[in-house]
Design a protein around this ligand. Structure first.
Ligand SMILES: Nc1ncnc2c1ncn2[C@@H]1O[C@H](COP(=O)(O)OP(=O)(O)OP(=O)(O)O)[C@@H](O)[C@H]1O
Ligand SMILES: [Mg+2]
Length: 427
């Protein structure tokens, strides 16, 4: 009953869902739990009753479920921070109960809420802990640290020598992610990694993690309370009930459109109406190309060019094509050379962000458009109109695909399939 192997991952990956193919770029490895039981001393019923699960190489799998259902316990058994009472876990085909726990943990990145940084160590020292234990030389560790800080969006020159108390919560979390990636482990475990940061920072961290993952294709397991986060990030979502019993294990699409039972439907449906917005990406929308200029350009020239194009605003980019600020020409007139701006207050999303994120940023910044980037570089604008248009066309398409069973408001498409819990593909 609690056993689950997603249809497309038994044996060799058939690659029928987003990113499930263990192709040549995948650096992750399979994680297989078989009949895992965890009973804490003195506990009446086990925290984990009987969990069997395959997490395919190179996928991002999200654990969700109510508080106390056994998410953290299940996660920590994978790196042996908690020992199972019975059952086996293999990683890349190797039985982990036979490996030395300390050595095992050096091969598995672990990221916890708030970053879990050691307060008396600098950012650089924190990130270098595992590489240091693995015997990397100082130069290699320093280079790796800078590379990772760049990857998580922190300027190495500014941040590498700071102490955790000199960082914001979101920055500490970024360093925590960098530390989890430091030794380039094939497996990364994250327990509510973005739970303690504000919504905008959380969105940016999620976007960065998706960009990183699209390149590295590690096997990543993330525990989260946030169903929208699970839908956004997950190749698959594991919905757990008390005792870590599997309620459903499937793609976000399948879980939203065909919840296996009322428990799952309630769990994913609660508090979120416009689920379609979470399933659709900025990438799916039509991007607009505004007039652009660069920091340091001659203002008179920019104004002449932009006016000639019939526009009254311009997007300022830096030398690396990163967006800085969107300005009215009449404001730009104040300067003779285009100045630099802190992009912190501009509505910017990664191209893989969800439309939900894009709408949040529009509302937050009171702009009718957000700036879209790909690994930090400007790619276009997504406007409110483009979002509503996309929502309209995709809802219509879903209605046509689902026939008369589609919900009239377009929030949840299709209906739960009968008894088997098998998901019939909607494509
Ligand atoms: N060290 C422990 N000793 C005894 N019981 C424990 C211990 N750790 C966890 N438990 C119990 O095991 C169950 C599962 O706990 P776990 O921390 O795995 O839940 P969780 O799903 O991560 O919850 P949350 O969402 O609140 O973090 C709970 O009933 C919890 O009280
Ligand atoms: Mg927990």
């Amino acid at each position: 009953m609690t056993s689950s192997t997603p249809e497309s991952s038994s044996g060799s990956s058939s690659g029928s869902t987003q990113g499930s193919a263990a192709d040549s770029t995948t650096t992750g490895v399979d994680i297989v739990l078989e009949n895992i039981v965890k009973k804490y001393p003195g506990q009446k019923s086990p925290a984990v009753t009987d969990l069997s699960l395959t997490i395919p190489a190179g996928e991002m799998v999200m654990f969700v479920g109510p508080s106390g259902c056994g998410k953290t316990t299940s996660l920590k058994m994978i790196n042996r921070l908690i020992e199972p009472t019975s059952g086996t876990i293999t990683i890349g085909g190797k039985d982990i109960t036979r490996s030395n726990p300390t050595e095992l943990r050096r091969q598995i990145g672990y990221v916890i809420q708030g970053g879990g940084l050691l307060p008396h160590m600098t950012v650089k020292q924190n990130i270098g802990i595992v590489p240091g234990l693995l015997g990397w030389d100082k130069k290699k560790i320093a280079a790796r640290t800078d590379e990772l800080l760049d990857l998580v969006g922190l300027d190495p020159d500014v941040y590498r020598d700071r102490y955790p108390r000199e960082l914001s919560g979101g920055q500490q979390q970024r360093v925590g992610v960098a530390r989890g990636l430091a030794a380039d482990p094939p497996v990364i475990l994250m327990d509510e990694p973005f739970g303690a940061v504000d919504p905008i920072t959380r969105t940016r961290l999620q976007d960065e993690l998706m960009s990183i993952q699209s390149e590295l294709r590690k096997t990543i397991v993330i525990v989260t309370h946030d169903i929208d986060e699970a839908v956004k990030l997950g190749d698959r979502i594991l919905v757990l009930d008390v005792g870590a019993e599997i309620a459903q294990y499937d793609t976000p699409d399948a879980i939203l459109s065909a919840p296996a039972n009322d428990y799952v439907a309630d769990f994913v449906g609660a508090g979120s109406k416009l689920k379609q917005l979470t399933l659709l990406r900025v990438d799916d929308a039509e991007l607009e190309q505004p007039e652009t200029c660069h920091v340091g350009d001659d203002v008179a020239e920019v104004i002449a060019r932009v006016s000639a194009a019939g526009k009254d605003s311009v997007l300022i980019l830096d030398a690396r094509e990163r967006p800085r600020e969107f300005l009215w020409l009449r404001t730009l007139r104040k300067w003779s050379k285009v100045p630099d701006f802190d992009p912190e207050n501009s509505p910017i999303v990664d191209h893989r962000a969800t439309l939900n994120d894009a709408m949040d940023q529009m509302l937050e910044s009171s702009h009718a458009a957000v700036i879209v980037t790909n690994r930090g570089r400007f790619t276009g604008l997504v406007t409110f109109d483009a979002v509503t248009e996309l929502l309209r066309s995709s809802t219509q398409a879903a209605h046509e695909a689902a026939g008369s069973s589609a919900a009239a408001d377009g929030t949840v498409i299709g209906t739960p399939t009968a008894s088997t819990g098998e998901v019939t593909g909607d494509e």
